[in-house]
Design a protein around this ligand. Structure first.
Ligand code: AHR
Length: 659
């Protein structure tokens, strides 16, 4: 056969021996199937992989309050003038149970460089040329005469910025805060902070802190702006926080307790992060939760990025993979009260106890909390029993708050079936499903929600990610194969927006030197961050969400895997657009005609945003952050028809104005 010669038999074509299909897809913009909830595509935040401490929370000093199990972890003594007993870790447990430890330093150095301490930061400190840095410390001067010299140095010891601080004497020997700022003269990913003691005197130090000034919205003590921007760019409908397994904790004593995460940072009770020890193959002994990023900051973040807040609370159960402790039913009262108080903290007016606390923290207006999750990946009758206690109390006081319940760890199996049946009988508002599965599962399950009861509980796909290897494997990659499989599955969620009201990829962040779990949506080092191919899939779905699902079909059927195509369509009543999302999950190009029917008007030109990798193994990286990223080009319509060649292994978003 001559090269290029084309034989077309109905829809199957052959070009030079390569087969490709000629497809006809019909979109009916007037056949509205359901609303798409504004919450549809959101984000799941957990302090895993140094997501919060060492990540988005911009504090550069590790173990600033000496509360790690090893009190001087992250710190080193410097200079050769330290005598035994010159630096002591003291503990005022009886006076301050939340932050008992501090250091007690006796200085007898005539010059800088003889006695000092160095903080190594979280895998070093990321410092940027020209940016201002705020150093602060809580101190108690026991014997005046000590000066603190602060030097920020690079990995070779070169000074990047410095300042000094002469602690003012205070008569009552109360704790005082003093701050000083300086500007960095160079960029350095692995800086350290030196504090040199000079003079003769004795001083107690606590909460030794260093923050960049260029935080998100320039908030002192705030968050890393590049990381928050990545979230804002997703235009998320909601933000689920604070997890994940950290909600449950290894045991009940180390569960996440929101009340311990608000108020002045020095009063927030640090605990060990459960990911510190969870995986023997990825130990992270220096991973703690300082709660500098606490519930107030989560609510504020949600507000900043226009996302509905979705806090998840402990259901009176510790992680069932760990201790599986449960609170006795006759002692569940305080747990339920925490939930009621949280709603008051978020929504109560400023004359209420918790509304007043919120106002004191700087936010008199309510945060307008509408939904709350009880439990993360809990299962069994012990969960149901505890849920009932929560539900009864919350619905009695706050009937409008939507409650989100876990369906366990897996999207099928006995535990799932038990909870799914039970929660539906309970008429659960929202059921949270999790699936960490291989790409094939995502492709094969694009119809998962086609037959879910439209009148029953709504679905929150609270955690999902395609695993290129297997769950918790260190070899999982955020490659194009996983991203395209998620895109295919997400077209199924969008087609079923009548039941799927929320979905979030998980986990969200990972530090390239401090991760425990892969794959993750956004990777960072101390200075940089990049979105994975999976991030761009999420972004395209969320940015071009639309307001209503409309019919899209091929041979009169939903498109969920026939000829390796997966598709959904929506209209956006605000921007007056029809939005078609289509995944070609095969290695063949698909010449496709899209007929857009039922529109009163259609523009002559639309746009096609294409996402694809050079291969299924393609990934993004810090060095090449946009190797797989969307590219948009115009496409011409012929009347109501669009002829598009869907590239092999591609995800396309087509938008046409109906104005
Ligand atoms: O996303 C990582 C973990 O996966 C979450 O903490 C947990 O809910 C799930 O098992």
């Amino acid at each position: 056969m001559k090269k290029g010669f084309i034989i077309c038999i109905i829809t199957a074509c052959i070009i030079a021996g390569n087969s490709y299909a000629q497809q006809s897809i019909v979109v009916k913009v007037d056949a509205v199937k359901s609303k798409i909830q504004p919450t549809m595509w959101g984000i799941f935040f957990e302090d895993i992989n140094l997501g919060a401490d060492g990540g988005i929370y911009a504090e550069l000093v590790k173990n600033r309050s000496f509360e790690f199990a090893t009190p001087l972890m992250g710190w080193k003594l410097q200079g050769n003038n330290f005598k035994e007993g010159d630096l002591l870790v003291q503990n005022r447990q009886e006076l301050n149970a939340a932050n008992p430890r501090y250091i007690h330093v006796t200085s007898h150095s005539s010059a800088k460089g003889q006695q000092g301490i160095t903080n190594e930061g979280f895998r070093g400190m990321g410092i940027k040329k020209g940016v201002g840095y705020d150093f602060s410390v809580l101190y108690r001067l026991q014997k005046p005469g000590v000066k603190l010299n602060i030097d920020l140095v690079d990995s070779t010891g070169k000074v990047l910025g410095s300042a000094s601080l002469i602690p003012a004497a205070n008569q009552n020997k109360d704790w005082k805060k003093q701050s000083v700022s300086f500007t960095a003269n160079a960029t350095e990913p692995k800086a350290r902070l030196n504090i040199w003691f000079e003079g003769t005197g004795v001083i107690d130090l606590d909460m030794i802190s260093l923050f960049p000034k260029d935080t998100w919205k320039n908030r002192p003590g705030g968050m890393r702006a590049d990381m928050v921007q990545k979230l804002a760019d997703l235009k998320p409908g909601f933000i689920r926080f604070p997890g994940g397994c950290i909600v449950e904790g290894r045991d009940l004593a180390n569960r996440y307790q929101w009340k311990k995460t608000i108020g002045p940072v020095e009063e927030r009770h640090l605990i060990m992060n459960r990911w510190n020890t969870e995986f023997a193959h990825r130990p992270t002994p220096d991973y703690y939760q300082t709660f500098g990023l606490g519930f107030f900051e989560y609510f504020q973040l949600a507000e900043d990025i226009g996302a509905e807040p979705l806090p998840i609370l402990n259901a009176g159960m510790a992680c069932q993979f760990n201790t599986a402790e449960v609170v006795p039913m006759d002692e569940i009262g305080p747990y339920v009260q925490d939930a009621l108080d949280l709603i008051e903290f978020a929504n109560g007016n400023t004359s209420t106890k918790w509304g007043k606390v919120r106002a004191r923290m700087g936010h008199p207006a309510p945060f307008n909390l509408k939904m709350l999750g009880v439990g993360n990946e809990n299962w069994g009758p012990q969960y149901v029993e505890r849920l009932q206690a929560f539900t009864k109390a919350i619905k009695a006081k706050y009937p409008d708050i939507k409650l989100d319940y876990s369906s366990g760890t897996d999207p099928n199996g006995d535990r799932f079936d038990y909870l799914n049946n039970y929660l539906r009988k309970m008429k659960a508002d929202v059921i949270d499903e999790h699936y960490y599965r291989r790409p094939e599962w995502f492709l094969a399950n694009a119809k998962r929600y086609d037959n879910y009861d439209r009148n029953g509980s709504k679905i929150f796909a609270g955690e999902y990610a395609a695993q290129s290897d297997h769950t918790v494997s260190v070899n999982n990659k955020n490659n194009w194969e996983t991203a395209i499989a998620e895109a295919a599955f997400m077209t199924g969620m969008e087609r079923n927006a009548a039941v799927v009201h929320m979905a979030s990829y998980a986990p969200l962040f990972a530090h390239i030197e401090g991760w425990q779990w892969t794959p993750d949506l956004i990777w960072v080092d101390n200075l940089r961050s990049y979105g994975t191919p999976n991030y761009y899939v999420q972004k395209l779905f969320s940015n071009y969400k639309g307001t209503d699902v409309v019919s899209i079909s091929m041979s009169n059927e939903e498109i969920a895997g026939q000829d390796s195509l997966y598709a959904s369509a929506a209209i956006d009543k605000k921007s007056n657009e029809v939005i078609i999302k289509v995944v070609n999950a095969s290695d063949k190009q698909k010449n496709t005609t899209f007929s857009i029917e039922g529109a009163e008007k259609l523009a002559g030109q639309g746009s096609l945003t294409l996402l694809k990798g050079d291969s299924l193994q393609a990934v993004n990286s810090l060095e090449n952050p946009t190797a797989v990223s969307p590219v948009t080009k115009p496409v011409e319509l012929k009347g109501k028809n669009l002829n598009i060649s869907l590239e092999p292994y591609s995800f396309s978003v087509i938008r046409v104005s109906t104005k």
